[in-house]
Design a protein around this ligand. Structure first.
Ligand code: NAP
Ligand code: GLV
Length: 313
């Protein structure tokens, strides 16, 4: 069985070494431009279109992340790019859910306990007590209740704050008030104090973090975007911050990554920026999950995590 690997800016030798241990019978190679030799499986992150040219031999394309937007964007821009017979398979958790819960919880608590404001007061050597946010009305809304969103929502609920969650299909999560479908979107947003985005990026969710959405939240709400930069209408966020509708934001993802040095977000002190690190792909967990799925497919068994191409995630 032949496996192609492609992950730019990674330690490819280490990945291939770990895959070789997990799949001792596999013939593994890092894909290089013009490599059209046969392959059964591809393990990729943000692959170039030419990697798939004429590759109807592939049985599955394993994405080394949860979000498959980059792969599906290739297919949307150039229909027929994806190998005809291959499943596209996303990573399911592989250690990302706890990382995401840590990151989001940190951002939510930082805003709730007013740490950024105290840091500004400290810089001015000012000893001043700020009114706490009342817990009972400190509603956190989590957009997306999939593998990551459901874990994040459950973690926040366990801290005792009111938590809402929004998804396409109806869900039940202990301690979380759930909303589903467009008809319930405004009710979900109503008076939310912190909006956390964990939606996949699809044509339906593009630009979902916009002026209209911000206007439905509580005045002075906080935004945490850990999903994709293309969810956010950037000028709408800056405008909402300038007018006080949004108090600030923690952003891990951006329309252009790396965020250009002259981007206005760098100059807005109420925006906290991290470089797409809220939930990293962990090599050991990912190799184990992908290898198990390859072995299952070879035995003719069904696997989970197969992307619905029409739905886009
Ligand atoms: P997932 O398991 O596919 O879950 C997606 C959730 O979004 C599901 O609950 C789904 O609803 C909901 N959804 C999708 N389209 C919707 C729509 N139009 N309206 C309402 N709800 C919709 O994804 P995941 O594993 O939780 O990951 C979410 C995203 O996080 C990824 O796609 C990726 O972009 C991002 N991510 C970022 C990082 C980072 O480091 N920044 C790391 C990992 C992932 P249903 O449940 O009803 O289908
Ligand atoms: C990272 O952004 C992922 O989608 O896993």
């Amino acid at each position: 069985m032949k496996v192609l690997f492609y992950m730019p800016h990674s330690d490819a030798a280490a990945w291939l070494h770990d895959f070789a241990r997990a799949l001792p019978d596999a013939d593994l190679r890092e894909w290089q431009p013009n490599d059209t030799a046969p392959a059964d499986f591809a393990v990729v992150w943000r692959p170039p279109r030419e990697m798939f040219a004429g590759r109807d031999d592939l049985r599955a394309v394993f994405n080394l992340g949860a979000g498959v937007d980059a792969i599906l964007a290739l297919e949307r821009a150039h229909p027929g790019t994806l190998p005809r017979n291959a499943h596209v398979v996303r990573l399911e958790d592989t250690g990302m859910a706890p990382q995401m819960a840590e990151y989001v919880t940190h951002a939510v608590l930082r805003y709730m306990r007013r740490f950024d404001e105290y840091a500004r007061l400290q810089a001015e050597h000012r000893w001043q007590v700020l009114d706490p946010h009342p817990r009972a009305t400190f509603t956190v809304g989590v957009l997306g209740l999939g593998v990551l969103g459901a874990h994040v929502a459950g973690t926040l609920a366990a801290l005792g704050m009111p938590v809402r969650g929004y998804s396409r299909s109806a869900k039940q999560i202990e301690g979380v008030q759930t909303y589903a479908g467009e008809a319930q979107f405004d009710a979900f947003l109503d008076d939310v104090k912190v909006l956390v985005n964990l939606l996949p990026h699809t044509p339906d969710t593009n630009d979902v973090l916009n002026a209209r959405t911000f206007g439905k939240l509580a005045h002075g709400a906080y935004l945490v975007n850990v999903a994709r930069g293309a969810h956010l209408v950037e000028p709408d966020l800056l405008d909402a911050i300038q007018h006080g509708q949004i108090a600030g934001a923690t952003l891990d993802v951006f329309r252009e990554e790396p965020l250009p040095p002259d981007h206005l977000f760098w100059r807005e002190p109420r925006i906290t920026i991290t470089p797409h690190v809220s939930a990293l792909t962990l090599r050991e967990d990912s190799v184990a999950q992908v290898s198990h799925k390859i072995q299952a497919l070879l035995r003719g068994e069904a696997i989970s995590g197969v992307v619905d191409l029409a739905r886009g995630y």
